[in-house]
Design a protein around this ligand. Structure first.
Ligand code: HEM
Length: 232
């Protein structure tokens, strides 16, 4: 096997590790904004949700680069298995094990989100809770394994990510409003209510007066149901 090692691989591992940690902390914090129904007229809940989703993909890209450069660098004996299976790395066994657990949990959250339209909402929600454990184990991994994470800017990043994650968790637990009967921004129910309230009633067409018909929560007939399939 060709031994591949250069300081640049190592720098990339360290830099992408720190960036991935910052991005996953931001993703979890944005997820808390979505769950706690934050959003107004300037930046709405839909935009925050989209940012949450888009940023999670950027974070996964950085994480994949972090793992690939670690595996490629023959200076450390960390094989492909140790990215998925805890305690299989010869290099910093426990520290890398925390990283593997974080990666497995992130994979579960990511795959369940790709399959969101095919699985039960309760299953998706349950798996989505794993992201809290994932970020927590990633912080422990970063602190234990990092060359930079014990001093200077690296340490500041780890401390800041810990503080933000803790604050988000506390706020998520205590600040969440009562569920509004499943009417999230993307819920079909929300769309159907919105379309009923904006569609003029047939008897009144041609007049400029708004419809006085009250929107109902009754589900639509299957032929009228709005298309809820999203591209992803
Ligand atoms: C969500 C998952 C992960 C995150 C957020 C993450 C983040 C980090 C961070 C912040 C560092 C410290 C960088 C430094 O200060 O030098 C680090 C180091 C490291 N990570 Fe990860 N990591 C993750 C998963 C993994 C996995 C699955 C592996 C196994 C292939 C891995 C291998 C390593 C290694 C070997 C180091 C040590 C770098 C050094 O000694 O300087 N990481 N990681």
């Amino acid at each position: 096997m060709i031994a591949l090692t250069t300081p640049y691989l190592w720098y990339t591992t360290r830099a992408t590790g720190l960036v991935a940690l910052i991005l996953f902390t931001a993703v979890v914090s944005l997820g808390t904004l979505v769950a706690n129904r934050i959003g107004g007229t300037t930046v709405g809940r839909f935009e925050i949700n989209e940012l949450h989703r888009s940023l999670s993909m950027v974070a996964v890209v950085f994480l994949v680069i972090h793992i690939v450069t670690t595996i490629l660098d023959s200076y450390v004996s960390t094989g492909i298995l140790s990215a998925f299976i805890p305690m299989t790395s010869a290099y910093k066994r426990l520290a890398v094990a925390f990283g593997a657990v974080a990666f497995d949990l992130i994979l579960a959250v990511w795959i369940s989100s790709l399959l969101k339209l095919r699985i039960k909402n309760s299953s998706w929600r349950f798996i989505h809770w794993f992201s809290w454990i994932a970020v927590s184990t990633a912080i422990v991994h970063g602190y234990l394994s990092g060359t930079d994470a014990r001093k200077g800017i690296g340490l500041a990043v780890v401390v800041a990510c810990t503080a933000v994650t803790l604050a988000a968790a506390v706020w998520r637990f205590f600040g969440r409003p009562t569920r509004a009967a499943g009417r999230t921004a993307l819920s079909p129910l929300a769309q159907s209510v919105a379309s009923v309230s904006t569609t003029p009633s047939p008897q009144r067409s041609g007049t400029s007066r708004p419809s006085t018909q009250r929107p109902t929560n009754k589900p639509f007939a299957s032929s009228q149901r709005p298309n809820t399939k999203r591209g992803r």
